[in-house]
Design a protein around this ligand. Structure first.
Ligand SMILES: [Zn+2]
Ligand SMILES: [Zn+2]
Length: 135
């Protein structure tokens, strides 16, 4: 059984809901994801197109298509959070896993574009952990 799951950007202007039965979760290490996230990878859920409902703020979204690789970024105009978007072929909806308000359900997960992985992230697995900023 799968119900719906909600999602929102950080400022809360953009809200959506979507069927919570994704096909897959990709941890994407590509160079474009590093640029748009400002981090070492993104966590993107893939599902069939046409399963998402925008609740508020759809007109607050900026979409950027990087045509060299069929890469897209979509984000809130106010807070910059990544929000869902349709892939360039219109065949799949891609949801930033961190924008969800709950636990996504998916069939399998994999790391992709690992050959482009940021060299500085190789050692993160052994970094110290803290609940908050260390003082
Ligand atoms: Zn926002
Ligand atoms: Zn990527």
């Amino acid at each position: 059984m799968s119900g719906k799951i909600g999602g929102a950007c950080l400022c809360g202007k953009i809200r959506y809901e979507i069927k919570n039965n994704f096909e897959r979760l990709f941890f994407c290490h590509c160079e474009q994801c590093q640029k748009t996230s400002g981090s070492d990878y993104t966590s993107n859920l893939f599902g069939e197109a046409g399963r998402l409902t925008w609740l508020t703020g759809k007109d607050q979204i900026t979409r950027f298509d990087y045509h060299g690789r069929g890469f897209t970024n979509a984000f809130c105009n106010l807070c910059g959070s990544g929000v869902p978007y349709l892939n360039q072929r219109g065949t799949a909806i891609i949801v930033r896993a961190g924008s969800l308000e709950g636990k996504p359900l998916f069939a399998y997960a994999s790391k992709i574009f690992v050959g482009e992985r940021a060299q500085w992230n190789e050692e993160y697995a052994v970094a110290d952990s803290y609940e908050k900023f260390p003082i």
